[in-house]
Design a binder for this molecule. Sequence first.
Ligand code: NAD
Length: 327
Amino acid sequence: MKVAVFSTRHTDKAFLQKQNEAFQFEIHFFESGLQEQTASLADGFDAVCAFVNDDLGRDVLLKLKELGVKIIALRCAGFNQVDLETAKELNIPVVRVPAYSPYAVAEHTLALLLCLNRKIHRAYNRVREGNFNLEGLLGFDLHDKTVGVVGTGKIGKVVVQILQGFGSKVLCYDPYPAPDLKEVSSDLNSLLYNSDIITLHCPLTPQSYHLINEEVILQMKDGVILVNTSRGALIDARAVIKGLKSGKVGGLAIDVYEEEGDLFFEDLSNQVIQDDVFARLTTFPNVLITGHQAFFTDRALTNITHTTLSNLSEFQQGLALTNQIVI
Ligand code: NAD
């Protein structure tokens, strides 16, 4: 089976090549992201393997169908980038990697929170310049702070466990709560308005789009810290900038950004960033941004690669697709 891998970076290639020794697919790696202009690269391929910021909207799917692509294998968990209705209409199954290491993302979430709170990003630079002044580096104890966890699926649950280890008071919200999590409440507003820190672990859906918006921020606790390692569009970045400028929002730590498709995974260090909202965010001392790297651990990549290749193997053998997204 011929597989076209889009948005390939050196690490993806290394992991896929190594594990493909056991599968023997004919894999071609493309550095380009998948979009209307690049979809023709998939000509002659049976499968397309795509990543988080690839465009699998209607036009691209129509083009892929025309080129003979029979399956889309996402090497990620989220699937908000896929027009599932169109994929269904075209009879192109879409498979994904539902779980690879919730610990990778949960631990990165805490890394961001701890770094932002204790100003490690600023302290690191100061010490390198011989500046040992502590002014501006004051943090707070996570112990006894109230942390709201929105979404208590695989990642949210691990975040809750880690926070409990810190002695934080944890409030949780999930519309479909797992029965074993007793902290889950059905009252999202109570969580949003009573938490010192809010961390997002739910998928991006029409219901969760701009969950954090101007109106909601106004009712939050003064100085609230927001953390988002899920999907950028859960947060209205313009509203958060307003909150940061007024001091209502005490800090923001994000690994995802609504318009990250034009930025993340690329070296743009020699270019002028055109996104003014993003550029403004990078100017705040109390904003910490990583470029969608929460998943990026060796175990997670090993599991992503193995599940992706197993998903393709099931398709090749005509087996039921364990990880198909069914709507
Ligand atoms: P999951 O499906 O196990 O859990 C998601 C939970 O969110 C579920 O329990 C679901 O009931 C709940 N939920 C659904 N709609 C909600 C809403 N409107 N409000 C609150 N909760 C809601 O998913 P997961 O593996 O825990 O991943 C969570 C998110 O993390 C994914 O959707 C993905 O976007 C993101 N993610 C990011 C990275 C990264 O590298 N930054 C990596 C993996 C996943």
